[in-house]
Design a protein around this ligand. Structure first.
Ligand code: URA
Length: 230
């Protein structure tokens, strides 16, 4: 957010006060005096007016978790353990999920406190590939790949899904690549063929692949390259 806007969000500063304070050199962001009212203040930066702290600097956090089946993708839940309960981080309640997985889906889940970053990876316009391993109750025929590549009509949302790629791995298993994330999308796509998904596992989102060293329930920080890939 622009520095002048950031300041005028405090009820005690008008837009004009904000500009005057900035031009008088009284604002510091991460220790540096800022004179430009258009300066872009990030959530994680420390902002001071003279000796008064207006926003404490926070550590940006980016984690990948191998979500186990039976743990809910939410930050709070009355019945089930949540994915945040799996993180032994003191400030975990500051975190949110960059995309969700169903209760009975396992695999890659990204968790962060950086809202801009998570919007970039989850917005459908970004067309980030999401790759899933799917096991089904009935055999998967060659027709599935054609239908998924054309797109399926979802009446509830009144939309046609973006072309998706299906690679058959066995008679009842496949790797599916989606470029969006609609509600229960994989199950609904196989549901079109009245074929129930019996296991679903996310392998990757964009350039970020689930680390094979992570057992279900384990997590690790993202690398710089993984963070920058989004
Ligand atoms: N599609 C589904 O149906 N479930 C998930 O958890 C993810 C994608």
């Amino acid at each position: 957010m622009r520095l002048d806007r950031f300041l005028s969000n405090f009820p005690r500063f008008s837009r004009q006060d904000s500009r005057l304070l900035i031009s008088a050199g009284r604002l510091r962001v991460d220790g540096a005096v800022i004179h430009d009212p258009r300066f872009d203040v990030r959530d994680f930066q420390r902002v001071e007016l003279d000796d008064e702290l207006l926003q404490a600097g926070r550590r940006a956090q980016y984690w990948m978790l191998n979500k186990p089946v039976g743990v809910v993708s939410a930050t709070e839940h009355d019945e089930h353990r949540t994915v945040l309960d799996l993180l032994a981080e003191p400030d975990r309640h500051d975190l949110h999920l960059a995309g969700r997985l169903d209760l009975n889906t396992s695999g890659l889940l990204l968790i962060t406190n950086d809202g801009r970053w998570s919007r970039r990876i989850t917005q459908p316009q970004q067309r980030k590939p999401k790759v899933y391993l799917v096991d089904t109750e009935q055999p998967i025929t060659a027709e599935y790949a054609e239908v998924f590549a054309r797109g399926l009509y979802f009446a509830y949302e009144d939309l046609t899904t973006l072309p998706a790629r299906l690679e058959l791995l066995g008679s009842h298993s496949a790797r599916l690549t989606l470029f969006e994330g609609r509600y229960h999308q994989v199950k609904r796509m196989f549901g079109h063929f009245r074929n129930r998904v019996v296991a679903l596992h996310r392998e990757s989102m964009g350039e970020i692949h689930l680390d094979p060293a992570l057992a279900p329930g384990q997590y690790r920080p993202l690398t710089r390259a993984e963070i920058a890939s989004v």
